[in-house]
Every structure is written in structure tokens, then in C-alpha cells.
Design a protein around this ligand. Structure first.
Ligand code: TYM
Length: 332
């Protein structure tokens, strides 16, 4: 029987180590949904291979992202945690949705443009087609809400367009989703270049990884780039470095960046950096303890993901069947 709760779906790629951006833009905001929503959280391995991965690392990182989800507070008893490739409906619906997506729409995706520049030797068709698979992920679970960082909103918009197009042609079949972005830290910036998004692929001193030791993490915050204006106000346009620190602090202390700025009125940047470093370390330490504990029992993580895939299949299968029936596949 259909539940009366709204549904959320989101995914994280098992490529490299997650960053503070992933934590504040995704993992942390996900947790609240498990009590109010039917919630699906996925480790999107099909997406990860659009950039070349080392096979052993991909397998390890797949479990690692699952451990991150749980260490950040997701409870497998309250939500469904699973691996994308364990549910074959993702690739199948992705194929169908390809035929409802125009080349021009995918050519406009800013992430494709960015990644094509960064991976000029491997601009594969999967990288181009990636947002269609993402639409399939979301639509399979009838998700109404898709919590993501700001960089993914364009992809969720495309999923909305594809869903609407399908429904217009065949009558109501799939749920039209919408993106939800966090109030603070929806786009955590690189600590050394606050005009760019913090990204695991950029690496270096500007990227704070969730695997960084507390001392390393504090050092990265304390050596972050600010400006020479010597005033703590929330002004992303003119003070992107300070605004980034205020966003991080706000997200960790459940306030708005403007509220966080008030606390530092008249103080020096050093005081703000110390406060942010302390908040980050306080958050990271227990998280890393839980994460290490979970990674020490891989059999248990695999068990959780196996059960999650079973629950996911039970929802994804009927959606795929509905779509195939509408399109006219001969299913008997
Ligand atoms: P991925 O793996 O790049 O990132 C996972 C989540 O982290 C968010 N994020 C950030 N948020 C704030 N500041 C940052 N610097 C930052 N960097 C990353 C991302 O917005 C994302 O929410 N395509 C997706 C994965 C995906 C997905 C889906 C998401 C596949 N299918 C279906 C939602 C629904 C991606 O590459 O995320």
C-alpha cells in the first residue's frame, strides 16, 4: 500500500573521498528526512564510472559512502540505503528516458561543460548522458523532494522537465520532483579560491576532506583565503572567503550566515577562523569515530546494502513496469 508520507531521494558518488561540501550540502541535511519522509539514499556507482575509476578503489569507496551516510546519522532501519547498480531498473529507466531528452538540453548542463574541460581525454557518452540516469534515479522512487547541494539543481530541473514531458504524452505516470537545497552552505567554496566550489577532484589545501585529521582540518580552515577589508560581514559578492567561513559556521551551528556574522562584529578574521576550525573539528571527530567503526565491519555494511537493494527494488520495479507499459513494450 502506498504510504502517505512524501518521498525523498538523493545520491552520492563513490568517487574519491567526500569533502566538507558533501557533508554540509548533502549528508548532514539528509538526516532530518528519515523521520518525516519515505527516504531513499543511494551510492551512485553507475555515475562514478563516467570518470575513470580504479576498480579496487571504486568497490572500497562504495562501502565507504554507505558508511558515511550512516556515520552522519542515517539509520538503515528508518530509510533505505542502497547501491545504484544493485537495482537494474536504474539503467533500464535511464535508457527509456534517453528517448525523452534532447541533445540540446544535455549540452546546456554546466557540470558537463566543466567536467569536459577537466577530463578532456575522456569526454565519454556516459558523462554527457549522466543527468538522464540521475532523472531515472529520482523518478523510480516517486520522489517529490530531492535534497542536493546547489551544483545539482540544474540536473534536478532537467528531471522535472523529463517527468513533465512523459506525463504530458502518456498521462500521469511519474512524480515530478523538486530540488531542496540547504539554507546555509548549499555551495561550500574552495578554502584557497573562494570563487570556486569545494570539490573532491580539485584537492589540495583548499579542499577539506572528511578523512582529514582534526589537526589537518583546523589548519586548512586557519590558512583559508579571506580579503583585506578587515570586517566580518556576510557579503558573498565582495567578501567570498569570509562569506564561505560564515556559511560553514552557520551550517554547523544551525544558524543563518547573517546571524553568525553578528557574533563577530568588530572582531578580526583570526577569531572567525578559530571558531570555524573548532566547529569543524567538533563535528568531524565523532563522525570519524563512527565511520571507522563501520568500516571495520564490512560484512555488516554489505548486509545493510543488500537489504536496502531489496527494499529499493520493490519500489523501483513497479515504476519501471508502469513506464514500459505506457511506452508500449510488449511485456507478458
Ligand atoms: P556528488 O557525489 O558530486 O555530490 C553529492 C552531494 O554533495 C553535494 N555537494 C556539495 N554541496 C555543497 N557544497 C559543495 N562544495 C558540494 N559538493 C558536492 C552535491 O550537490 C550532492 O548533493 N549527480 C550527483 C549524484 C546523484 C544524485 C542522483 C543526486 C546521482 N543521482 C539523484 C540526487 C538525486 C553527484 O554527482 O553528487
Amino acid at each position: 500500500m502506498a504510504s502517505s508520507k512524501p518521498t525523498v531521494f538523493s545520491g552520492v558518488q563513490p568517487s574519491g573521498q567526500p569533502t566538507l561540501g558533501n557533508l554540509l550540502g548533502a549528508f548532514q541535511p539528509f538526516v532530518k528526512y528519515q523521520d518525516t519522509h519515505t527516504a531513499f539514499f543511494c551510492v551512485v556507482d553507475h555515475h562514478a564510472i563516467t570518470v575513470r575509476q580504479t576498480p579496487e578503489e571504486l568497490a572500497e569507496n562504495t562501502l565507504s559512502v554507505a558508511a558515511r551516510y550512516i556515520s552522519c546519522g542515517l539509520d538503515p532501519a528508518k530509510c533505505t540505503l542502497f547501491v545504484q547498480s544493485h537495482v537494474s531498473a536504474h539503467a533500464e529507466l535511464g535508457w527509456v528516458l534517453n528517448t525523452f531528452t534532447q541533445m540540446g538540453e544535455l549540452e546546456r548542463m554546466t557540470q558537463f561543460k566543466d567536467k569536459s574541460l577537466r577530463h578532456a581525454q575522456n569526454i565519454n557518452v556516459g558523462l554527457f548522458d549522466y543527468p538522464v540516469l540521475m532523472a531515472a534515479d529520482i523518478l523510480l522512487y516517486n520522489a517529490t523532494e530531492v535534497p542536493v547541494g546547489e551544483d545539482q539543481t540544474q540536473h534536478v530541473e532537467l528531471a522535472r522537465d523529463i517527468a513533465t514531458r512523459f506525463n504530458n504524452l502518456y498521462g500521469p505516470t511519474v512524480t515530478v520532483p523538486k530540488a531542496i537545497i540547504p539554507k546555509a552552505a548549499a555551495r561550500v567554496k574552495d578554502l584557497q579560491d573562494p570563487t570556486r566550489k569545494m570539490s573532491k577532484s580539485l584537492g589540495g589545501k583548499g579542499t577539506l576532506f572528511l578523512t582529514d585529521s582534526p589537526a589537518e582540518a583546523a589548519k586548512k580552515i586557519k590558512s583559508s583565503v579571506t580579503d583585506s577589508l578587515a570586517q566580518i560581514t556576510y557579503d558573498p559578492e565582495n567578501q567570498p572567503g569570509v562569506a564561505n567561513l560564515l556559511e560553514i559556521l552557520a551550517a554547523l551551528t544551525h544558524r543563518t550566515p547573517q546571524e553568525a556574522a553578528k557574533e563577530f562584529k568588530g572582531q578580526q578574521y583570526g577569531a572567525l577562523k578559530s571558531a570555524v576550525a573548532e566547529a569543524v573539528v567538533q563535528c568531524l571527530e565523532p563522525l570519524q569515530d563512527r565511520y571507522n567503526g563501520l568500516m571495520a565491519d564490512k560484512a555488516e555494511l554489505q548486509n545493510i546494502l543488500r537489504k536496502g537493494a531489496e527494499k529499493a527494488r520493490a519500489v523501483a520495479g513497479p515504476t519501471l513496469a508502469r513506464v514500459m507499459d505506457k511506452v508500449g513494450y510488449a511485456r507478458f
